[in-house]
Write a protein that binds this ligand. Sequence first.
Ligand code: NI
Length: 168
Amino acid sequence: MALLEILEFPDPRLRTVAKPIDKVDAILLKLIDDMLETMYAAPGIGLAATQINVHKRLLVMDVTEEKNTPMSFINPEIEIIDAELGEFSEGCLSVPGFFEIVNRPRSIRVKSLDRNGKEKIQELEGLGAICLQHEVDHLNGKLFVDYISPLKRGLIRKKLQKAQRQRT
Ligand code: NI
């Protein structure tokens, strides 16, 4: 397995809209395993392929406290079950060190392909529902900072750019 580099805001590549996956093969399964390893090592609870500069509709997550339930979603499609909004302080491996309140539907149904290429349908609520929506946003080129005020987003951008300059 391998650790992958995670793109950071405001990298324009994070704005790419990912393309559907047409084949679940060994290369894709290896990518899923590498993404899971990268997510656990970061550490994070979710990672979308967009964040590692692979523009395919794929994401991984594990929202358990024990970190023993890796999940992957290929070509995820969300349907909202309960439109009532929940409030959650979100962070992101591509926006390291920043947390902001975002409102999202509390309960969703997600259709995707499993590791065998078979269709699966899952219902998620709470943190799982929040995380999945956050990751699907990545596949559409969207970040959680898009939900906050332009002023706050600008401050975060400046601070991250400064940190990125100091690293290179
Ligand atoms: Ni994220």
